[in-house]
Design a protein around this ligand. Structure first.
Ligand code: SF4
Length: 398
C-alpha cells in the first residue's frame, strides 16, 4: 500500500534506514547553521540567560526554533498578514478549552472549524516570497499561529523571541530575518534531497484534499507542506538528543501511544479507562499496543493509550513526587508540538514517530493500525540500550 503522506520504512526497517538518515541529516543541518543562524541562537540564549525569561535550553533547540520560524513564515506569512479581522483571542481560548473540557470537544471543534476557515484563511496558503518588513509582521504571524490551535506550542515558543527581536533596530531586524529565511530556503531544498524519499505523497495529498479539508478543524495538521514534515523529523531528533539525559535519570517511564495503533476499533477494544488514558487489557495478540504492553512488562515501562488532543500537563510530577519519564508517540504532523508541550510542563520526554499516519479521524476513510519501530523505541526506553555511535542521540560538540 502506498503511504498516505510519509513512510519511515519503505522497503526496509526504519531502524536501519530512516533513523540513521535523520541522525546524519540533523548533524549536517547543525553544522550548516554554525555560520548562519547559530550565532543568532547563541545571542538569543545570552538574552534569555540575562533576562531569566525561561530556563534556557540547548543552543541546538534555539537553532531549530529559528529554522521553524523561517519555514512557518514561508508557509503562512502571506495568509496571516491577509487577515483583516478575526476573534484571535476567543479562538486561542477555544484551543485551550477543548483540552480542559473533553466532553465539549465535538462542539468546540465544530465551531473552531468554521471560525478557522472563515477568519484565518482569507486567501489560500501560498508560499510567502518576501521577508517580514517589521516586527509587527512576526507578531501577526505568532498571533495567527496561536489562534489556529495547531501551532499553539510554536506560538508559545515565540513570545520570548518577540521580546528579543524588539531590541533590534530596523536594519538589524531585517538582517536577522534575511539570515533566518536564507537558512530556511537552504533547508527546504536540502531536506527534499536528503529526506524526500520518506515523504513521497505529501504534495499529492495536500493537492487532492485542499477542498475537502476546508472546514475541518484538522486542516493545518493534515495539509502541512513537505518541508514542514522534514522540519519535524529533525525537530524530533534535536529534542530527543537534548532531553535524553534528563529522561534517562527517571526511575519510572511510560509510553503514551495513540489509539490508532490498536488492532480493534475504539468500541471493541477491551482496554480499561482511567483519568490518564486507557490501559491495554491484552485482548488481541496481533495488536501493536499489546506488543508494546508485553515489551513494557519485560523491560520495565508502562504503556497508556491517550487521545490526540490529551492534556499532557497531567504527566508533570506533583510536588514531592519523582518525575515520570514519558515517551510520546505520534505522527510527523504533531509530534514536535507534543514534545514542546511536555517540555513546557517540565515532563522529561522523548519522542518516537509512527512509521506512517493512518488513523480514521484524520487521514484515511477506514483507518488502519499504525505502528512504530520497536528497536528505535527500545533504544530510547531501555537503559541497557545506550545510543550507538551510528545513532547519536546526544548533542555533538562541534
Ligand atoms: S490488545 Fe489492548 S489496545 Fe489492543 S484492542 Fe485489545 S485492549 Fe485494546
Amino acid at each position: 500500500m502506498q503511504p498516505i503522506t510519509y513512510k519511515l520504512n519503505p522497503g526496509r526497517s526504519a531502524f536501519s534506514t530512516y533513523y540513521l538518515d535523520v541522525a546524519s541529516f540533523t548533524d549536517d543541518v547543525l553544522v550548516r547553521s554554525r555560520n548562519t543562524v547559530m550565532p543568532i541562537a547563541e545571542s538569543y540564549t545570552d538574552f534569555l540567560k540575562e533576562s531569566r525569561l525561561e530556563d534556557y535550553r540547548t543552543v541546538e533547540e534555539y537553532v531549530y526554533e529559528l529554522l521553524n520560524l523561517g519555514v512557518l513564515w514561508r508557509s503562512y506569512g502571506n495568509t496571516a498578514l491577509a487577515v483583516q479581522i478575526a476573534p484571535f483571542s476567543t479562538m486561542a481560548h477555544l484551543g485551550e478549552w477543548r483540552k480542559t473540557h473533553p466532553r465539549l470537544k465535538p462542539a468546540i471543534d465544530f465551531l473552531r472549524g468554521i471560525l478557522l476557515s472563515f477568519f484565518l484563511v482569507p486567501i489560500p496558503c501560498r508560499r510567502t516570497d518576501y521577508a517580514p518588513q517589521e516586527l509587527a509582521d512576526i507578531e501577526r504571524l505568532v498571533t495567527w499561529l496561536e489562534a489556529t490551535g495547531d501551532f499553539r506550542e510554536d506560538a508559545f515558543r515565540y513570545i520570548r523571541l518577540l521580546a528579543y527581536l524588539s531590541m533590534f533596530s530596523a536594519e538589524e531586524f531585517s538582517k536577522t530575518m534575511k539570515t533566518i529565511l536564507t537558512f530556511a530556503d537552504w533547508f527546504e531544498d536540502e531536506s527534499t534531497l536528503r529526506m524526500g524519499g520518506y515523504t513521497p505523497n505529501v504534495d499529492g495529498f495536500v493537492e487532492r484534499n485542499l477542498r475537502s479539508y476546508r472546514w475541518r478543524i484538522d486542516r493545518f495538521t493534515c495539509l502541512r507542506s513537505r518541508t514542514e514534515y522534514h522540519l519535524s523529523m529533525i525537530g524530533t531528533e534535536i529534542m530527543n538528543r537534548a532531553h535524553r539525559e534528563e529522561f534517562d535519570s527517571c526511575g519510572r517511564k511510560t509510553v503514551l501511544a495513540p489509539g490508532c495503533m490498536r488492532a480493534r476499533s475504539e468500541r471493541e477494544c477491551k482496554g480499561v479507562k482511567s483519568p490518564k488514558g486507557i490501559r491495554c487489557a491484552g485482548c488481541e495478540s496481533r495488536c501493536h499496543i499489546n506488543q508494546l504492553r508485553e515489551m513494557g512488562v519485560r523491560d520495565g515501562f508502562d504503556v497508556m493509550i491517550i487521545p490526540h488532543s490529551a492534556d499532557l500537563s497531567q504527566w508533570s510530577a506533583k510536588p514531592g513526587n519523582e518525575p515520570m519519564g514519558v515517551v510520546g508517540v505520534a505522527c510527523l504532523s504533531v509530534l514536535v508540538q507534543g514534545g514542546w508541550e511536555l517540555k513546557r510542563n517540565n515532563v522529561p520526554a522523548q519522542c518516537v514517530l509512527l512509521n506512517q499516519c493512518g488513523c480514521k479521524s484524520h487521514w484515511h476513510e477506514e483507518g488502519f493500525p499504525t505502528e512504530i519501530d520497536l528497536r528505535a523505541l527500545k533504544q530510547i526506553v531501555v537503559p541497557s540500550n545506550p545510543p550507538s555511535l551510528t545513532y547519536p542521540f546526544k548533542i555533538r560538540i562541534f
